[in-house]
Design a binder for this molecule. Structure first.
Ligand SMILES: [Mn+2]
Length: 273
């Protein structure tokens, strides 16, 4: 398994500085938040993408994923408004292009959610349609679109598996997120076993009282159980350290990056042969 960090840890730092600090903290990869101030795809020309890739490589790390933050900016594959659905799909495609230009293998997204009163079946159909529109580009660029169970549409590991089957492409995978799995009542080890080879990315963060993020190992997430299950299925992808996306950033992002990495490395040493 490899370790990566979201640039959200350095929300109020310039992207280049966030990448530099994540590399210095000892991670193998960086997970790009595809919104401003970091990696909003349309902000990057072809030349700027080349420079960014060169910078990432100069630190001897890679872009573990480009993460579509549509939920944070009100874009939604399942919106009842056609204009929003169209924009969400265009943004997802931009994220696939960016992932490809940065030589990443993954583009991650939450393919839709419901606003109170909307029909689950209709939202599901639109999410499937949105993904199907993105799949040809992902296949052409050899990018895996990774869907994350979150909120009220993909509200379980089973629903994510069902959506993957319905969209039907080799270039689809599923993300397991420790905080969201807890919110959706999905036991970690059982989820890992259920997902098996479809598990493409694991987002890791701990939760303290009031469900707020807390240093790793201080909260309620059962990381031992998670790492043990991942080792048992032979998962060799990324554990990507997530953090809240706050415009002010974390009080001490360097400490968060260091503590998370040290904690996870200790567990990896314990379970990996
Ligand atoms: Mn996540």
């Amino acid at each position: 398994m490899k370790l990566s960090s979201f640039t959200t840890v350095y929300c109020n730092y310039p992207l280049e500085e966030a990448i530099k600090r994540i590399a210095k903290a000892g991670y193998d990869g960086v997970d790009l938040m595809a919104v401003r101030p970091h990696a909003w795809p349309q902000d990057f020309s072809a030349a700027e993408r080349k420079n960014l890739l060169r910078l990432v490589r100069s630190f001897d790390i890679e872009v573990s994923a480009v993460t579509d933050f549509s939920a944070a900016i009100g874009l939604n594959f399942s919106s009842t408004k056609g204009k929003i659905r169209t924009e969400a799909i265009r943004y997802a495609k931009d994220c696939i292009e960016l992932a490809s230009d940065l030589e990443s293998k993954f583009m991650m997204l939450i393919p839709g959610w419901l606003v109170l009163g909307e029909s689950y079946e209709q939202a599901w159909k639109w999410a499937v349609k949105g993904l199907k529109e993105c799949v040809p580009l992902a296949e052409e660029k050899d990018i895996t679109i990774v869907i994350e169970p979150a909120f009220n549409l993909l509200n379980s590991v089973d629903s994510a598996i069902r959506m993957m089957k319905e969209v039907s492409s080799q270039n689809l995978g599923i993300c397991l997120d420790t905080r969201l799995a807890h919110a959706l009542n999905q036991p970690l080890a059982e989820s890992v076993k259920k997902l098996g080879k479809d598990l493409a990315i694991v987002h890791v963060w701990d939760i303290g009282p009031q469900e707020l993020p807390t240093p790793f190992g201080k909260g309620i997430i059962k990381f031992n159980e998670l790492i043990k299950a991942l080792t048992e299925i032979g998962y060799n992808g990324y554990l990507s350290v997530e953090s809240p996306r706050s415009i002010l950033g974390l009080p001490d992002p360097d400490e968060y990056a260091r503590q998370s990495k040290d904690y996870l490395n200790t567990l990896l040493k314990k379970y990996e042969r």
